[in-house]
Design a protein around this ligand. Structure first.
Ligand SMILES: [Zn+2]
Ligand SMILES: [Zn+2]
Length: 182
């Protein structure tokens, strides 16, 4: 498991996968209060530099809409455009930080509010992950009644459902839909 770090950059690959998975998690989260941001950060090993406020909730909800624009982009070209917009809006020039253990690279200044920490890590993480591992590796669940977004970090990159639960439910439905033998 990724060790705790301000933003998961212990190994660059972790930055990538973790950032993409965090991006999907933001899309799937209700974000009603600062406590939702605290929970999301804890689940994804993101050490927040400041306690989230209502402004962070509002900002992260806007950012969530931008992330959903990448998830729901209809073509690879549209996905790249949406990613470039995210990068322009969410990241600053790279910078080496010493604030938390060994020196490591951030794509934001030090000492920013949680909203900007989330923006930098999800924009860069998604862009890196999708360009390195395949632009198709971000999707919504293929189950009819599920819209959960996921980053496909599997080895073969053919994940279709958000969870084993949804995959099993879909298999049961396909089985029931089979014409019975005469
Ligand atoms: Zn850091
Ligand atoms: Zn699902």
């Amino acid at each position: 498991m990724t060790p705790p770090c301000c933003n998961g950059i212990v190994h660059f690959n972790h930055y990538s996968d973790e950032g993409a998975q965090l991006a999907a998690a933001v899309v799937n989260t209700r974000l009603d209060s600062p406590a939702d941001i605290v929970a999301l950060a804890a689940e994804h090993y993101l050490l927040l530099e400041h306690a989230p406020t209502d402004d962070d909730v509002a900002g992260l909800r806007r950012w969530r809409a931008a992330l959903a624009g990448v998830v729901d982009a209809p073509t690879p070209e549209a996905r790249i455009e949406a990613l470039n917009r995210l990068l322009a809006r969410g990241t600053a020039h790279p910078r080496i930080s010493l604030h938390n253990g060994p020196p490591h690279v951030h794509f934001r200044p030090d000492d920013v509010p949680p909203e900007r920490q989330f923006a930098a890590i999800t924009a860069f993480g998604l862009a890196w992950f999708l360009t390195q591992r395949g632009l198709h590796r971000l999707a919504r669940c293929a189950a009819d009644d599920c819209t959960i977004a996921f980053a496909d970090v599997t080895r073969n990159g053919r994940q279709r459902y958000c969870s084993p639960r949804c995959a099993n439910r879909a298999a049961v439905r396909r089985h029931r839909a089979r014409p019975s033998a005469p």
